[in-house]
Ligand binder design. Structure first.
Ligand code: F3S
Length: 69
C-alpha cells in the first residue's frame, strides 16, 4: 500500500506563482492575494501522489512541503 502524503504551503515562502494550483488544483487553492494554501488539512487523496510531488518540484520558491505519514 502506498504511503499517505500530506502537502503544506509555507506562507512565508509562497510568492503566488500559482504553479501548484495549475498543476494540482485538487490539492491547492489560492486566496484573494493569489497565495496558495493546501486544500483541507493537506491530505493527498489516493491517486494524486504524483501531483503532490510535481507541485513541490515546480514551485520556484520551494514553498511546498510534502511529508509522508
Ligand atoms: Fe506559492 Fe509556489 Fe504555489 S510560490 S502559489 S506555493 S507555486
Amino acid at each position: 500500500m502506498a504511503e499517505r502524503l500530506r502537502v503544506h504551503v509555507d506562507p512565508d515562502k509562497c510568492q503566488g506563482h500559482a504553479r501548484c494550483k495549475a498543476l494540482a488544483p485538487e490539492l491547492f487553492e489560492l486566496d484573494e492575494y493569489g497565495n496558495a494554501h493546501e486544500v483541507g488539512d493537506g491530505t493527498v487523496p489516493a491517486g494524486l501522489e504524483d501531483k503532490a510531488w510535481l507541485a513541490k518540484s515546480n514551485c520556484p520558491e520551494i514553498a511546498i512541503e510534502v511529508t509522508e505519514e
